[in-house]
Design a protein around this ligand. Structure first.
Ligand code: PLP
Length: 462
């Protein structure tokens, strides 16, 4: 049986055909939030790097599918067969989106973190892992202490490649090795030289996994073109917040590994042995690592997002986002008290993720004022990339305080945390302009309200 639901739904909703240089329709665009100073304003979601709003198209596709939802892989009923078909079609849609090789496997996981932990659990014995200290904790932490080599933060893309080459040249070439690298930084938004790093890895007999959590929502990712061995990304950052993620790439290490989760769905047959134990024949397909009932809606939502972004056209999306990035960087550069964090310098290509500090301000206080007084949602902190943010801030490992003493950051004193503004395909120009106006007004006039610390967060005093 072949399911045709997607085609029917996509035609019916066709919400992604946005004109060029217009945001794609996302949920929440009409939501208003209260301001401490009185009244309400439309919510400006500028925290896409954490979680992006759902594309309207994804929501519509999921709503159209929901009545047809059924158990996958084992049900005999019509809806079970339809759901199974859609689940497997979703895998194919992700493979097409990532331009995978025909022999690659697409495993549905819960998130990027889950995908990288899955891969870490599937590494062959003796595998060495190389990872830059600048990575998100999801890429930094899944590996065993005894197998991982942390590489120092490079200050240019060329230095990144040279650092990796040196580290790989020093290792014993006979054992397996894996390099884990981000495509776009969740702190600076800067693009990493993935193709060059992949070439360096392969030249030294290593494999490479791309953490595309921040790249895939902003930029086309081609497994073939970048020549990476695996790619990991999360649905909730790709406008599909239904609890699914992806690990796609080479089948061999995954096929040979013990299943990530043991249970039904991963096993083909199970039989009692005479000695009282059980013999298990595990699947050798992606199902090997998808034990338990899979998140069919999550997978379907990711596939819908992949189609929507492809149909909208990445050229137009990238061009529009570049314009917004340039506008925010230019607006922030005009405020002398603002320092934008960067590893690779002003000219580095980047996606819509920008972190900064404001002279004399505690970042938590600044972010709280953006929310309470302007209805703007950004993020403050160390963004699950503590070593990188501390390197960029030049600060020692120390807990940033909340806003007990917002004035405590004296001119010249180092900030302990940063503010991150991030945006994407659904961001209207008005959000960007409101953000820049808010930054200027807060720096010039100060906050209009009193703030205090509650449960470690900076919140309006009343
Ligand atoms: C670069 C990067 N990698 C991995 C992750 C982890 O993603 P998730 O929380 O969806 O597992 C994030 C999340 O912010 C990220 O920015």
């Amino acid at each position: 049986m072949s399911a045709t639901l997607h085609t029917a739904t996509a035609t019916a909703t066709a919400a992604c055909g946005a004109p060029r240089d217009e945001p794609l329709p996302v949920l929440g665009r009409d939501v208003t939030v209260p301001l401490v100073t009185g009244g309400e304003t439309g919510y400006a979601a500028l925290d896409y790097a954490a979680s992006a709003p759902a594309l309207q198209r994804v929501w519509d596709d999921v709503a159209a599918y929901a009545p047809y939802y059924g158990s996958v892989h084992r049900g005999a009923g019509y809806l079970s067969q339809l759901s199974t078909d859609l689940f497997e079609q979703s895998r194919a849609a992700v493979a097409a989106f990532l331009d995978c090789r025909p022999t690659d496997q697409v495993v549905f996981t819960r998130s990027t973190t889950d995908s990288l932990n899955l891969l870490a659990a599937a590494l062959p014995a003796g595998c060495r892992v190389f990872v830059f200290e600048t990575e998100h904790h999801a890429s930094l932490l899944p590996w065993g202490d005894e197998q991982v080599t942390y590489l120092n933060a490079p200050r240019t893309p060329a230095e990144a490649v040279a650092t990796l080459e040196r580290a790989l040249a020093d290792r014993d070439r006979h054992g397996p090795a894996l390099v884990c690298v981000t495509g776009a930084s969740n702190v600076t938004g800067e693009l990493w030289p993935v193709r060059e790093l992949a070439a360096a890895a392969h030249a030294h007999g290593a494999r490479i996994v791309l953490d595309a959590a921040q790249l895939a929502p902003h930029h086309p990712v081609s497994v073939r073109d970048l020549d990476v061995d695996w790619v990991a990304f999360s649905g909730h950052k790709l406008y599909a917040p239904f609890g699914s993620g992806v690990l796609a790439g080479r089948a061999d290490w995954l096929r040979e590994a013990r299943p990530y989760l043991a249970g039904g769905g991963a096993s083909r047959t199970v039989a009692r042995r005479e000695d009282g134990g059980v013999d298990v024949e595990w699947h050798t397909t992606a199902a090997r690592h998808e034990a338990g009932s899979p998140n069919v809606i999550g997978a379907y939502a990711i596939a819908s997002a992949c189609r929507a972004l492809t149909e909208a056209g990445f050229d137009a999306l990238v061009a529009r986002e570049r314009r917004l990035v340039a506008r925010i960087r230019e607006g922030l550069a005009a405020v002398p008290e603002v320092r934008v964090l960067s590893l690779f310098g002003d000219d580095a290509p980047r996606v819509g993720v920008i972190s900064f500090v404001v002279e004399g301000w505690n970042s938590s206080h600044f972010a709280a004022a953006l929310s309470a007084e302007y209805g703007i949602g950004v993020r403050d902190g160390l963004f699950c990339a503590h070593p990188l943010v501390r390197t960029l801030l030049g600060s020692a490992p120390q807990e940033p305080g909340a806003c007990d003493a917002p004035e405590a950051r004296q001119p010249g004193e180092r900030s302990l945390n940063a503010i991150r503004v991030s945006f994407g395909a659904g961001t209207p120009d008005e959000h960007v302009e409101r953000f820049l106006r808010a930054v200027r007004e807060l720096v010039t006039d100060g906050a209009k309200w009193q703030y205090r610390t509650e449960a470690g967060r900076c919140v309006p005093a009343v």
